[in-house]
Each structure stands twice: as C-alpha cells, then as structure tokens.
Design a protein around this ligand. Structure first.
Ligand code: ADP
Length: 689
C-alpha cells in the first residue's frame, strides 16, 4: 500500500520572519493592526504563530474571512501545514456548515458567522484572540465587527487580543479608530511588475483578454497567467474559448497549457486545483474573479491580465433596489491585481485600459460595502445586542453609512414587526435575529409557525438561501435540447410556491439526484438546500415557542391554494409589496419609496383567464437590469395587505430613529457612486466571489 505523503513543511513567509515583533506587540497591546502584502502569510501564519506562542491556552483563536471560499481554503491549508485532520485542531465555520470540534483551537469563520456567535455570547468569551483578516475588503460584516471590537476591548481589555490584518488598508485610519493602536508593516518581497496599458478600452474585454493570453503563451517564457474576469459567466466563456484557441494555435507553443477557473461558486474539489503546482513544461491559465486579488493567493503567477472591471452588488436605499453592476475597479484593486505577477520573480501585467483611465477615472479605493448595501439585517442585529447606549444612527462605524440607508433599514424592520414605532426591538425581532436568514425570510418562518405552515416555509427559505438557479420555463433550452420533464409551475401563485413544489417533488423521490439532473437543477445546490432546511429546522425548534411541524412530506394536504404559506410570505415581505396598475399589468411598489416595477421574465407568475396579473404581490428582491424588475414573486390577498397599509400610514421615521440627528460626516450614498456602472447584469451574489 502506498504510504501517505507527509504534510508539506510550512513555508518561510515574510510574516514568519517577524514572529517576535508580532508577539511582542500582541503581548503589549489589546489591538494590533498588521499590514502585509498579499501572500505574506497573514491568513495562514498569524494564527499558527499565536497558537505556538501559547495564546490558545485560554481559548481558541477566531480568524474571520469575508468570503466563504477563503475560510474553507485557508483552514484546509493550515490543517495540512500542522498535519492535523480538518475539523480537529483546525476547523472552519461558514453559514450552514460547521467543521469544528471541542478540540478546535484555530477556527476560521466568515465574519457573518462571528457576528451571529456574538448574539448568544456578546463578549465572545470563548475566544482568546480574534483576527479580523482581509479587513481591506471592507465587507459589511467586518465593518460592523470593527465597531463591535472597539466596544469589546473596553470590557475584555485583560483577556482578549484583537488583530486586524490587511493588504492595503489605511493603517493609520484604523489605528486612529482604535485609539492609536500599533501598526506593524510587514515588508513584502514583491518583485517589479512591468505594466502595459491598452491604447483604448476594448469593446469586448473577453476577446481582448483571449488575444493577450494567446500572445503570452506563444511568445513569453514559462510562468502562469492569471486572468481577472468579472463573474462566473465570463469565466466559463473564457475558459472554453481559451482551451479551444490553445488547441488550434497555429504556430504552437513549446509548452503545454492547463486552463483553470477560480470563483466562489466552484465546488471545493475544483477550487483546490489551483493550489497544485503546474505539471512539468506546462503553463497554467487561471481565470478568476476578484477572489484572486487578495483572498486566495495562487503561486507561480508571472503574468496578469486585468480587464479593469469587477462585478459589484449595489443597493439604492431610496428605491429599495439592488443592481449587480459591472463597474470599474479602483486603483487599489488594479495595483493588487498587478502585484499578483511579482510574487516569485519579476512579472508583467497587461491592463486592458489606458493609463489615463487608471489615473483619472478609477476611484482611489473601493466604496465600502456598508455604503452600498441594505442595512436591515445589520441594524436588526445591532438592535438585538442590547447594548446599553446604542443609537443606530450614532454607532461607531469606521466609515458611516448614509442616514438614508439607516432610515431605510428602520422602516423595513418596522413594517415586518421587528421593531416597534419607537424603534425598539420587539419579541418577534429578537427571534428573527437568531435565524441565519435575511429579515424577510426569518419573519416569514415565524409567521408560518403561527399559521401552521412552517414546514412549507422552511422549504422555501432553504431553497432561496441555497441560491439555486432555475432555468426560466419561458426561455429556450441551451443547445436546443428539450428537458425531459417540466418543472412544477407554482399553480398560478408565483415563484415561492414553485420553489416549494420543486422541493416537495424532490423530497418525494427520496432526494434522488437523477430527478435534479432530469429537471436541469444543480444537484449540489439542491443537496445544500436540504442541509440548510435541516439546520433551519433545528434552530427554529430550539427557539420557537409552541409546537413546530417541520416535516416536508406532511405539507400541502390541508392548504390546496397555499393560502397559509402565501399569507406568511405577505407578513414576512410586508416591506416588499407591490400593487398592480389599474389598466395594465405593470406594478408599483407600495410604501415610502413607491415606483414602477415589472414582473421579472423568469417568474412563473401568470395572468388569469382575463389576462390580468394578481392585484397584490410580494417580491423577494427588486433588481435593476434593463429596467426595475421584481424577482421571486408571490400573489397575496388584499385582506392581508390591509394591516401593512395601516402600518405605513403610521410610519414616522423620526420616532423610529429615536428623534436623533444624522452623524455629521455621513454623506448621501449617491455622492459616492461616481464609479458609474458600465452595464447591468442579472446574477447572484455567490457569482461575484
Ligand atoms: P496573505 O493572507 O498574507 O495573503 P496567505 O497566508 O493567504 O497570505 O498565503 C501564504 C501562502 O500560503 C501563499 O504562498 C499561498 O499560496 C499559500 N496558500 C494559502 N492557502 C493555500 C491553500 N489552500 N493551499 C495551498 N497553498 C495555500
């Protein structure tokens, strides 16, 4: 039997050479900022250093990551370096997946999971050290954690250490935020990277990247190529075209080629392929999203192709609308991308944009997520912490969100009963905060439990959380192939009902993977929805008062029109309600930000025999693509809408916000969005990572 290969020796990375300096700073100060080049070892080594130096005797070290894919990948690497099974001494926890045990002393977790843990243990007493990694990403949750850490170290000054690490963050700004804490700069070993600019923006950046990649392969010496694309669709296109062109290369190259995609929704077994060294005499082409900018360091890269764009999800509080836009990257991002070429030797970066665009059009740094997100979930979380002196509008943020988006969050929470008219969190709000779901879905589950349709609502919430992509029943099949069976159609009530029917049909097959592939449904996504559902069941059974009925197979019988489920959805999505226009099938949203919207073409909601759509619908989200669309829609009854309309009449935002004034330095969100969207696209957040 072949013997198992020993774990690789831990690499000597720049950070390891500063071990004593780091430990001395951590010994002496409650908060330390560590700034170091991407790949210097912050994510993989800092936790190991502190573990070696005895910090885990008092409790485990938590290392947060803004991206799920990084939490999984880095923990796997650290477990490997320490020669221990993943989930034992080293583990990870991401939403709906916990691979840790009682023995875990280095725990990688997403920033969202740490926030959630702080609900049941506000002082995070279980941890001796908290490392907020990748703080430069300025994710919404990391920004909230920064504010929280500031409060926490006052209470736990003697037994908690906080480290904030970043590749590019303005160290002085963070140090000022933490009353002048020390900033350690770890010098990197970056080699010079030569930059080549295009004379003008290409009309098709995929085509232009392809040409550049082929040129490199034909003319340049060995070295891997990292190509930055904006999302999964572009990457898939690029990978297949690149493979094809390499095969047909007329003059050929003296090297073989291997093309690898890298993005957040790639199955883990495919993700790890990028960390394996290239086979002999082979050039790797890694086609990645901005996950390869700083989150995941791929070794061996010598050439970078940078299209200059990134896919960014933005929320507009005045319309309640999300758009997922392809926008220009910032200068900091462009420099990070270029830097990936110079880790092991001098490299080259091909920028598919002119220098003038880099200098004059790119923003200096990316707008923090907190200034481009809906804050309902975060505000509910902060309210549920019961901090004695907290006023949401005055919470200590590194960069405050606009007053408009905080007020928008308060209004939303009020309409779904999470806070009362004075802005105080309600009992319902407290239960909602405990569920790892966005506020509308958690409110739906609570109402469903009251109405006796929890089982159905759980299936809907699970399948929505797993972000399963359904092919539109109205769109043509790719490749002209007919599906063998059609999906259920929602019985005229809309998409949530359809999602429920899909889950129930699959459940009835005993969760047969073939049923999923026969219906063009991703088996992995469907399995995830089943796991998510199981976990939600456990959580809600723990927190719900009274009996709960959570079995998927028992649903539907007593509710042929799905009235209970639709009613629960109406309460949960009370802040996302739309009314049909009198004379046509357009809708306008109801409430403080009324506007015209359309039914998304992918919706299964249909007009009745008179050609009319339902009078009232609730929607899961508003997205702006070619025009404003409601996505995932459910028909609701007028009678259920009345209480929401009454609440809207009473809504007084001054009372909700405690009558306080806005933080002085908050600016309207719109002022920040100078990086004008290039084109709007319609994809999910997971595709961005
Ligand atoms: P930083 O956090 O400073 O960007 P990391 O600690 O992530 O640096 O990376 C340090 C080194 O570890 C890099 O050479 C990187 O390629 C390697 N590495 C990180 N994660 C993995 C992994 N999952 N598999 C293999 N190598 C990895």
């Amino acid at each position: 039997m072949p013997s198992q290969s020993p774990p690789p020796a831990p690499p000597v990375l720049p950070i390891s050479e500063h071990e004593d300096e780091i430990v001395a700073a951590v010994d002496a100060h409650p908060v330390v900022v560590v700034i170091g080049e991407t790949g210097s070892g912050k994510s993989t080594q800092l936790s190991q250093i502190l573990h070696r130096r005895g910090y885990t005797r008092r409790g485990p070290i938590a290392v947060t990551q803004p991206r799920r894919v990084a939490a999984v990948s880095v923990s796997r690497r650290v477990a490997q370096e320490l020669g221990v099974p993943l989930g034992d001494e080293v583990g990870y926890a991401i939403r709906f997946e916990d691979r840790t045990s009682e023995r875990t002393c280095i725990k990688y977790l997403t920033d969202g999971v740490l926030l959630r843990e702080s609900l049941s243990n506000p002082e995070l007493k279980q941890y001796s050290v908290i490392i907020l990694d990748e703080a430069h990403e300025r994710s919404l949750n990391t920004d909230i954690l920064l504010g929280l850490m500031k409060r926490l170290i006052k209470d736990r000054a003697s037994d908690l250490k906080v480290l904030i690490t970043s590749a590019t963050l303005d160290g002085l700004k963070v140090s000022k935020f933490f009353s002048g804490c020390p900033v350690l700069n770890i010098p990197g070993t970056l080699f010079p990277v030569e930059k080549f600019y295009s004379t003008e923006r290409p009309t098709n950046y995929i085509e232009s990247s392809l040409r550049t990649a082929i040129d490199i392969h034909a003319k340049e010496p060995p070295g891997d190529v990292l190509i930055f694309m904006t999302g999964k669709d572009d990457i898939d296109k690029m990978v297949s075209k690149l493979e094809e062109r390499i095969q047909n290369l007329e003059e050929g190259s003296c090297m073989d080629a291997l093309v690898l995609p890298l993005h957040g929704s790639l199955p883990p077994e495919l993700q790890v392929r990028v960390f394996a060294p290239a086979p002999p005499n082979c050039r790797r082409f890694i086609v990645a999203t901005n996950v390869a900018e700083t989150s995941l360091t791929v070794d061996g890269v010598v050439f970078v192709i940078d299209c200059g764009y990134v896919k960014q999800r933005q929320y507009n509080p005045s319309s309640g609308m999300y758009s997922l836009d392809v926008v220009q990257i910032s200068r900091v991002q462009a420099d990070q991308r270029a830097g990936r070429a110079g880790r092991t030797r001098p490299g080259k970066c091909y920028r598919l944009y002119p220098m003038s665009i880099y200098e004059k059009e790119f923003l200096e740094a990316t707008v923090p997520e907190i200034q481009r997100s809906s804050l309902a979930g975060s505000v509910l979380y902060l309210k549920s912490l019961n901090l004695p002196d907290i006023n949401i509008l005055k919470f200590d943020f590194l960069d405050p969100p606009s007053r408009e988006s905080l007020e928008d969050a308060l209004r939303q929470l009020y309409l779904i009963d999470a806070i009362d008219e004075n802005g105080h969190i309600t009992d319902v709000g407290r239960i909602m905060a405990e569920l790892p779901l966005e506020p509308s879905l958690s409110r739906t589950l609570i109402e469903a439990n009251e109405l006796g349709c929890l089982s159905q609502a759980l299936s809907v919430a699970a399948i929505l959380s797993a972000e399963i992509t359904l092919r539109s029943t109205r769109s043509k099949d790719v490749g002209g192939k007919r599906k063998r069976h059609e999906l259920p159609d929602g019985s005229g009530w809309g998409d949530h009902v359809q999602l429920l029917q899909i889950f129930e049909s699959w459940d009835q097959t005993g969760y047969d993977p073939k049923w999923c592939s026969d219906h063009d449904l991703q088996v992995r996504g469907m399995k995830l929805s089943k796991d998510v559902r199981n976990q939600l069941c456990q959580i809600i059974q723990k927190i719900a008062k009274g009996p709960t009925d959570v079995h998927a197979r028992k649903s539907r019988k007593n509710d042929p029109d799905y009235r209970k489920l639709r009613r629960a959805l109406c309460v949960g999505y009370g802040n996302q309600l739309a009314e049909r226009m009198l004379h046509h099938n357009g809708y306008h949203t109801v409430g403080y930000r009324a506007q015209l919207v359309q039914v998304h073409p992918s919706s299964v909601l249909e007009a009745d025999e008179y050609g009319k759509f339902p009078m009232y619908v609730v929607y899961h989200e508003l997205i702006s693509t070619t025009r404003p669309y409601m996505r995932n829609i459910c028909a609701v009854d007028q009678a259920w809408v009345e209480p929401i309309l009454k609440k809207l009449e009473k809504l007084d935002v001054n009372r909700l916000s405690g009558g306080s004034s806005a933080p002085k330095d908050s600016e309207p969100l719109e002022d920040k969005q100078v990086n004008a969207p290039k084109k709007a696209v319609d994809v999910k957040q997971s595709e961005v990572d």
